[in-house]
Design a protein around this ligand. Structure first.
Ligand code: AMP
Ligand code: MG
Length: 399
């Protein structure tokens, strides 16, 4: 008999039990991509440290250019040219200007730039400006990007290329990130063979191991695959027991439903404390979660689609919590292309593809995997719902 919990209850229980994984390490900037920032990053300096031009052109006093046009250009004395990487040595006063290349430092006394496209150099060297500029135009001011004491990146953020760029701009060559939880993955089943083996008549290839390792990799954990275990209680028990010592989490699939050969609950009861046995989720009901030596052991259903949905909805949130990640999962609203009936008292995951702004349900069975690989995401039909009608707005959890 399964005493099922809702997904929400299960998530809460696991989160409360296993939230204590707080561990950081310092890594070089280029190795920080995809990692979770451990502490807030404040800037200690101005970025940029000087006023820079955003165009190739002339630094001017904006009011000098007011009212000029193609037919009545304003004539300014050229007082020099700024060299990239060097401080300006020309002083722009009323009636004068100075050439500044893109990214060059603008003389203190100037307050605007005019693009070279709107300036002509006359034979005597005078600059004829034919388009007015406003104060601040064409300038990135000192501290526009970053000011000292301001939090630029918040702890818990997953670092992407733009964040790495911001850190580089602030002079950070290394950054403190959460350690990756080490997660071990086992498959169970006498019928399973490795992906590079040819299954005989009643055998199948192990899908879950590769799929879960990939999912863990994407979440940002440190995955290790320990292969296929036979449906042998002692062998499985030893593997779970040993690995709970060495890893931060154990993921195992197959042999979870209540049946003659299903030994999962027995093993976990002998090794630790069973926290969840059965989740009101379709597919994914026969899921077991336990605490062994203070480590989460999550035993997923054997059917690949079921294992994947439970990974996305139960395992991933737990891992993200352990990793300190504050990012929200990617979701978006779409109109449903076709009515989906549902009435079994469990939350139901339905894979969907997205086309022309519509979510199109993909008919599948929990033993299939290629259907899931065609999906862009999935929707969750609530427990008490009779289904969702065509044309209704649905929230798609994107893969
Ligand atoms: P079980 O939970 O062991 O009863 O497995 C349920 C179904 O999932 C059975 O059809 C198994 O053959 C299948 N299955 C179990 N483990 C895997 C796996 N690692 N890869 C693919 N299918 C699996
Ligand atoms: Mg099995």
């Amino acid at each position: 008999m399964l005493y099922v919990k809702t997904l929400e209850e299960s998530n809460k229980l696991l989160k409360e039990r296993f939230s204590a994984f707080v561990n950081s390490e310092t890594v070089p900037l280029i190795h920080a991509t995809g990692r979770i920032l451990f502490e807030d990053v404040l800037s200690g300096e101005y970025v940029p440290t000087f006023n820079r031009s955003t165009v190739d052109g002339y630094a001017v006093i904006a009011s000098d250019t007011f009212g000029c046009s193609d037919s009545i250009p304003v004539l300014l004395k050229n007082c020099g040219a700024v060299i990239m990487g060097e401080s300006p040595d020309c002083d722009v006063t009323k009636g004068s200007c100075c050439y500044v290349p893109t990214g060059g430092a603008i003389p203190e006394s100037a307050d605007a730039m005019v693009m070279i496209e709107y300036a002509d150099v006359l034979p005597d060297g005078t600059i004829a400006i034919n388009k007015p500029s406003a104060p601040g135009m064409g300038i990135i001011f000192k501290g526009d990007d970053v000011r000292p004491g301001v939090t630029v990146l918040d702890a818990g953020k997953r670092l992407g290329p733009a964040d790495i760029g911001a850190l580089a701009a602030m002079g950070r060559a290394a950054v403190s990130v959460y350690k990756k939880p080490a997660v071990v993955v086992f498959s169970t089943g006498d019928e399973l063979v490795l992906p590079d083996e040819t299954p005989s008549a009643a055998q199948i290839r192990d899908v879950n191991q590769s799929m879960l390792l990939s999912a863990l990799y994407k979440t940002g954990a440190e995955p290790s695959g320990f292969g296929i275990l036979k449906d042998n209680k002692e062998e499985i028990k030893k593997a779970v027991n040993d690995s709970s010592r060495d890893f931060d989490m154990v993921l195992i699939s197959g042999a979870t439903s209540v049946g003659v050969d299903d030994v999962a609950e027995e093993i976990l009861k002998e090794l630790g404390e069973v926290l969840v046995h059965g989740i009101a989720l379709k597919p994914g009901k026969p899921t077991i979660a336990a605490d062994v030596r203070g480590k989460p052991v999550i035993w997923l259903p054997g059917h690949p689609a079921a294992a994947y949905f439970v990974y996305k909805l139960l395992v991933e949130p737990l891992l993200l919590g352990m990793m300190g990640c504050k990012e929200n999962r990617r979701e978006a609203g779409f109109l449903l292309s076709k009515t989906i009936p549902s009435n079994h008292g469990r939350e139901e995951c339905v894979p969907v593809s997205i086309n022309e702004g519509k979510a199109i349900p993909i008919p599948t069975k929990s033993g299939l995997i290629s259907t899931l690989s065609r999906a862009d995401g999935f929707i969750i039909i609530p427990r008490d719902s009779e289904g969702i009608k065509q044309g209704e707005q649905v929230n798609v959890i994107l893969f």
